[in-house]
Structure formats: structure tokens, C-alpha cells
Design a protein around this ligand. Structure first.
Ligand code: PDD
Length: 294
């Protein structure tokens, strides 16, 4: 992130180094806000409609009014994309409840703080693609509403840090005997040749990349199932994958220090990864940020 990262704050476009918010912003004091991370492939904003739907879901869930229309978001994000170098970008946007005296309960009439920035998005490293990721399992210490994409990420931060300190790339979270998702990614396993990912609900984030990977599997005629993944399913999986906007779809090849399957990215992952790359290339061809599908 450089000081001239293009940013937007409360109606103004400005360099990131000039973007400032008051310390009494409830986002700073309480983590009282929500966010999105949206990849831009070429000039094309990846599944913008779905990201904005999830943003609306998060805002509604924490009772912040929608500060901008979808058309206004498209205009802001398109301008940030145009100002950001590189073939691909990562758009970050955040809305907090705004400035108020410190009290847990919130006034209903605050003006939300609206922030966005565009950074260059690097593809996953070659070693991640050829060797896969390492992961550790951790107890899921997060709250009961993991479907809300809130900036209150302390549990996720501690869990990812535990992975980093163990020399791993991600923590896979276990709750009530089930593997739920990663600290910042959704989880897939291959079990008896079937691609399995947990069904949506309050326990996990409704990942936009997760949805694309399910679509790609179906296009590849791979059997998919949205159902619980037990701890046993995870440790005996033929393949384990993680998906996110910044990491795409990556194979986990070491879990808690033991090899997953053959200890290298598996054959189904190879197919889905290649389909993902073809999908990205097709989006880049489309070019225009105003085009939001497929
Ligand atoms: N995080 N689950 C969690 C807890 C996440 O934080 C993320 C993404 C995902 C994947 O969602 P998507 O495919 O829509 O990116 C699942 C982002 C990238 C972040 O916090 O930076």
C-alpha cells in the first residue's frame, strides 16, 4: 500500500495518505462497521452485484442505513479502478456507524462513515499453486453471526496470527465437531470424489468466491454437495481447498503438519483452478467496470 493509493472518503476522492477520520468514529471505538473486498480483473468488477447484496445484508443486520445506491457504488469503484495501476485490483470498502459519544447502544441518527480504496491485486504465488498451502485447525472462537462481514475481526485476526506463528498459511475453524471455514476463507473438501462445502447460515460468511467455485464445479460436471464437514471428514479428506477474493481457490496440502491426500494439490483442484483462470481471463476481455456479471 503506497501513500498515493487512490481512496474515497465521505464524498471525496483523495490519496490514502490524506484520508482521516475522527477518533470518536464508532468504527475505531467499537469496530462498529462492515466491509467488502471486491476483486477487479482488468477493468471488470468481479460479481459486483453479489458483493453489494452481501453489503446490504451486513448493513441491515447491524442496523446501519444504506448510505449509497448500487449505481453510486459502481461509479465510485469504477473511478478508483481507473486510478489504480496493474492489471488486477482489490477494492476495499468500509462503512461504519459514524461519529458519536462513546456508549455501547447507538444513536439512530448518525451519519455513516463511507470509505473505499483500490490496491493492486497480485495473483497467488507460484509456490502456493505448485505446493499448496499449509493450515492448522483451531477452535472457532468467533461469535454467532459470522454471516455478517463486520470489521470487528479480532477473533479472525488472532486465529490467522496463530496460523502464521505455527508457520501455516491459514487456520481452519472447528465448531461443535464440524469444520466451518478458514479465518478469512471458505472451506471445501473432496470426500469420496464429491466436492463438499458447508451450507450457508449464521456460522460462516457467504463467500462470493465460494459461489463461483460451486458454479465452476457444476460446469466441470464435478458432483457437489453443501453439507456439514465433520472433523473426521476434514482429516481424511482426499483434497482440501480454501477460497477467497484475494486467494482465489487454493489447495491445502498440509494440515496440522500431516499431508492432505498425496501431499500435493489434487486433480480436482487442478481442474477447478484452471477453470477459475479461464473465467478470470474472460472477465478481463469484457473490460468495462460497468459490466457486473457473470
Ligand atoms: N475475507 N470467510 C471469511 C471469514 C472471510 O473473511 C472471507 C474473505 C471469506 C471469503 O469470502 P469471499 O470469497 O467473498 O472473499 C470467507 C476477505 C478477503 C478479507 O477479509 O480480506
Amino acid at each position: 500500500m503506497s501513500s498515493d493509493t487512490p481512496a474515497y472518503l465521505n464524498g471525496r476522492f483523495l490519496p490514502l495518505s490524506e484520508a482521516q477520520i475522527p477518533v470518536m468514529d464508532r468504527g475505531f471505538i467499537f469496530g462498529d462497521g462492515v466491509y467488502e473486498v471486491i476483486p477487479g480483473y482488468g477493468g471488470h468488477l468481479f460479481r459486483l452485484d453479489q458483493h453489494l447484496q452481501r453489503l446490504s445484508h451486513s448493513l441491515d443486520a447491524i442496523k446501519i442505513r444504506q448510505p449509497l445506491s448500487d449505481a453510486e457504488w459502481l461509479s465510485i469503484l469504477s473511478r478508483l479502478v481507473a486510478q489504480c495501476p496493474g492489471p488486477d485490483r482489490s477494492l476495499y470498502l468500509q462503512i461504519t456507524r459514524g461519529v458519536a459519544p462513546r456508549a455501547h447502544s447507538f444513536p439512530l441518527n448518525t451519519t455513516p462513515t463511507v470509505f473505499a480504496m483500490a490496491e493492486t491485486l497480485s495473483p497467488p504465488s507460484q509456490s502456493w499453486l505448485t505446493e499448496g498451502l499449509s493450515a492448522i485447525t483451531q477452535a472457532d472462537i468467533r461469535w454467532q453471526r459470522c454471516d455478517i462481514k463486520t470489521t470487528a475481526l479480532l477473533a479472525n485476526v488472532l486465529l490467522r496470527q496463530a496460523a502464521a506463528q505455527a508457520g501455516a498459511d491459514e487456520a481452519i475453524l472447528l465448531r461443535d465437531g464440524q469444520a466451518i471455514e478458514g479465518a478469512a476463507s471458505n472451506l471445501f473438501v473432496v470426500r469420496n470424489g464429491i466436492v463438499v462445502t458447508p451450507a450457508l447460515g449464521h456460522k460462516l460468511l457467504h463467500g462470493v468466491t465460494r459461489d463461483l467455485v460451486l458454479d465452476l464445479c457444476r460446469n466441470e460436471n464435478l458432483p457437489v454437495s453443501e453439507e456439514p464437514i465433520s472433523e473426521g471428514d476434514l482429516s481424511n479428506a482426499e483434497e482440501v481447498w480454501l477460497t477467497s477474493s484475494t486467494r482465489e481457490v487454493l489447495a491445502v496440502t498440509r494440515l496440522d503438519g500431516k499431508p492432505v491426500g498425496e501431499g500435493e494439490p489434487g486433480p480436482l483442484w487442478q481442474r477447478v483452478h484452471q477453470a477459475f483462470q479461464r473465467h478470470k481471463a474472460a472477465l478481463r476481455q469484457q473490460g468495462s467496470p460497468a459490466q457486473t456479471g457473470p
